[in-house]
Design a protein around this ligand. Structure first.
Ligand code: PMP
Length: 385
């Protein structure tokens, strides 16, 4: 057992204590088995049931339509954005007589930037349609101001919530901007299951589990079924497209119910328990309302002291509901961390690349924890401003 932590780490992040307790028990002895969940074959009946139940929970929570498939792969967000390039460019070529499509990237923070760099590194033709570096990643211009996307583009890639910069999309491009046939791909590693999403609008949604929904080791993918098919290896060679390593070859993984190779079943089990608990507690609607309330009271508190706290995401519309990034006078940073830690408010230091503070308030962080942080934010500004 443990005292409920007030933990604001960005990832790996807090998980519900009740889930961890159940999982800890299952790690030692799982259901009728003589051994634990991490010790059973990934092809055994109980393991298959864990995979199927997790899928079914996700389908219910996100209202995933029949047009889309859910699957899991080892790895994290990085495995996601690397493997997506090969698979989607291959699929585009399959549907377009071997033509190599372009990959459009919107850079709104460090994770979308890394994804674009990786696609380039792998040798694909990358088109940067927006880069908000000059806005210090503090705003997202309207789609009408983005570079137009050419029709020979396979997909537009966005990072729905930039974990380091604390900026989150609140809408998606409509057909005015996104040409028909260009698929929308979103990295939702740090905000999946925090809000309602119209899955039908996306070609691919993927998310590493270790922030909002589980522990590291597993990544979830939701993909439009028409995007799964791949050319044969010979076809790929004739098109000049590199072959994707087999463990990341979407059709192979999907045909084997996410267990072509050994799925980290304990990580999947945790995801199953987290999603079951969300369903039990009223689904996405309920958690979204709580998440919105948490970020609202925290941003309001920080905004009360505009000469003391600074919010680098200048457009309030795009402030993340998950990662609340702020700065305060540099000479007071150590004091802020020291005093917050003394009050048992843990994990507030910002990412090393941007400095400042970051309160990650994922689903498992309670409103009560955020209220305690709000109290501290007020108190610290009053005592030090
Ligand atoms: N995308 C986003 C939005 C992230 O926040 C992270 C991790 N912080 C990643 C991708 C990379 O995840 P991983 O470390 O699991 O590869």
């Amino acid at each position: 057992d443990r005292e409920e932590p007030n933990y604001f780490g960005a990832g790996p992040a807090l998980l519900p204590t009740s889930v961890l307790q159940e999982a800890a028990y299952d790690l030692i002895k799982y259901e009728q088995s003589t051994v634990g969940i991490g010790e059973i074959s990934h092809r055994s009946k109980p393991a298959i049931k864990v995979i199927d139940d997790t899928k079914s929970n996700l389908i219910k929570l996100l209202d995933i339509p029949d047009t889309h498939e859910v699957f899991f792969m080892q790895g994290g967000g990085t495995t996601g954005f690397s493997s997506i390039v090969y698979n989607l460019i291959g699929n585009y070529a399959k549907r377009n007589n071997g033509k190599i499509g372009k990959a459009a990237y919107a850079i709104t923070g460090s994770w979308s930037k890394k994804s674009a760099q990786e696609a380039q590194r792998l040798g694909f033709n990358v088109d940067i349609v927006v880069d908000t570096k000059d806005l210090k990643y503090g705003d997202i211009p309207p789609y009408s101001q983005w570079k137009s996307i050419s029709k020979d583009t396979a997909y537009l890639y966005v990072c729905d919530n930039e974990t380091v910069h604390g900026i989150e999309y609140k809408d998606i491009p409509t057909s005015d901007y996104l040409p028909e046939g260009v698929e929308l791909v979103a990295d939702m590693s740090s905000n999946i299951l925090s809000k309602k999403v119209d899955v039908s609008k996306y070609g691919v949604i993927f998310a590493g589990a270790q922030k909002n929904i589980g522990i590291a080791g597993l990544t979830i993918y939701i993909i439009k079924k028409s995007l799964i098919e791949q050319p044969t290896d010979d076809e790929l060679k004739s098109y000049g497209i590199p072959l994707v390593p087999i463990a990341f070859h979407f059709p192979t993984v999907i045909a084997n119910n996410s267990a072509y190779n050994t799925i980290p079943i304990f990580a999947c089990h945790i995801l199953k328990l987290v999603t079951a608990k969300l369903l039990e507690n009223g689904g996405i609607k309920q958690i979204q309302a709580i998440d919105e309330e948490k970020s609202k009271i925290l941003y309001e508190a920080l905004s009360k002291y505009p000469t003391f706290y600074h919010l680098p995401v200048t457009n309030p519309k795009y402030r993340s509901n998950m990662n609340v990034v702020f700065t305060l006078p540099k000479e007071l940073e150590d004091k802020f961390i020291k005093e917050s830690t003394e009050k048992n408010l843990i994990g507030l230091k910002g990412h090393r690349s941007v400095g400042g503070m970051r309160a990650s308030i994922y689903n498992a962080v309670s409103l009560d924890s955020v209220k305690k942080l709000v109290e501290f934010v007020n108190e610290f500004a009053t005592n030090n401003a």
